[in-house]
Design a protein around this ligand. Structure first.
Ligand code: 13P
Ligand code: SF4
Length: 304
């Protein structure tokens, strides 16, 4: 049944000339049918540069929106219409404009986990894999960073010569892991390597052996000679990690770290999405043009 559906998706995809992109947090069966699986930055690059005119974005809304902002001529489909990101909802343009008035010399850097409207009032976007680079590459010494307080704090620790004004947003998924759990795991498995996404809280980040984006965490495991790892990010990353690292052991925090929004996409949604061309992302052109600048600035500043 599952294979039938997979075949039908792949046929429809070919007939329509579409590309399927999936974030590492997606269900294994979604990652398996995707043409590209990656972290937010990598997927945004593919969405910008791919030649296909239809992008099926298996992720959450801000990811599909970013693809549409970068390539307005393409049809961008979000298979699960209600796959949002609670962190992205924690920032709004009006409050940002008020904060900008208070800090007229600051540049606004917004995490890609934000709405098109928030991007439109920001100077540059970033992801967890390039935030430090981007802020280092900006000339300004004062930065308003939003919406993720944890990623902002992490960047501040890496970039000491700039003042970072933080926002009070956070990721509910990465909040699920506690320092106590990590200490327990370290006691139970001496030598275990603790890999942490910077969206986690400070007390957790402080216990990490490695901090990085989802893609960077996966690369760390692939290149490591260590054998035991505690993975402190959404557990979807384990799918790719396990495929390449059969000789290693992986642990996740006790309560699990599942992003319910990332798990809203099933094979059936992808099939319906391609069949009915739903749910197409539409963005007001005025907002899109402004948000485009922030995203393009990320691509220009992020790689350096
Ligand atoms: P990255 O893929 O950039 O690591 O982001 C994680 C995330 O929370 C996406 O929603
Ligand atoms: Fe948003 Fe966190 Fe889910 Fe990423 S993992 S989509 S930041 S809620």
């Amino acid at each position: 049944m599952k294979n039938d559906l997979k075949d039908k998706i792949l046929k429809l995809k070919k007939d329509k000339g579409a590309i399927i992109l999936a974030h590492y947090y997606q269900r294994p069966e979604i990652q398996d049918i995707a043409d590209a699986v990656g972290d937010s930055y990598y997927l945004s690059k593919i969405a910008k540069d791919c030649s296909e005119n239809i992008i099926v974005f298996c992720g959450v809304k801000f990811m599909a929106e970013s693809a549409k902002i970068l390539s307005p001529e393409k049809t961008v489909l979000l298979p699960a219409f209600d796959a949002g990101c609670p962190m992205a909802d924690m920032a709004n343009p009006n409050d940002i404009l008020t904060l900008k008035d208070k800090h007229p010399n600051a540049k606004v850097v917004c995490y890609i986990n934000s709405s098109a409207e928030v991007k439109a009032v920001s100077d540059v976007c970033c992801t967890s894999s390039n935030a430090v680079n981007i802020i280092n590459n900006l000339q300004e010494d004062e930065i308003i960073f939003l919406p993720d307080k944890n990623l902002g704090e992490y960047v501040q620790q890496q970039v000491r010569n700039k003042k970072i004004i933080l926002w009070n947003g956070f990721c509910i998924t990465h909040k699920k892991v506690s320092a106590e759990e990590i200490l327990k795991a370290k006691k139970l498995h001496p030598g275990i390597k603790v890999l942490v996404h910077p969206e986690c809280e400070k007390s957790v980040r402080e216990l990490a052996d490695f901090l990085g984006s989802t893609g960077q965490i996966i690369n760390f495991v692939n290149n490591s000679t260590d054998k035991k790892f505690l993975i402190c990010t959404e557990e979807g990353v384990l799918h790719k990690i396990k495929l390449k690292n059969k000789d290693k052991e992986f642990y996740i925090p006790n309560g699990g770290m599942t992003c319910i929004n990332m798990k809203k996409t099933y094979l059936n949604n992808v099939y319906e999405s391609l069949l009915n061309m739903e749910y197409a992302i539409e963005i007001d052109e005025n907002i899109r043009k402004k948000a485009y600048k922030a995203l393009i600035n990320m691509h220009e500043l992020g790689g350096k």
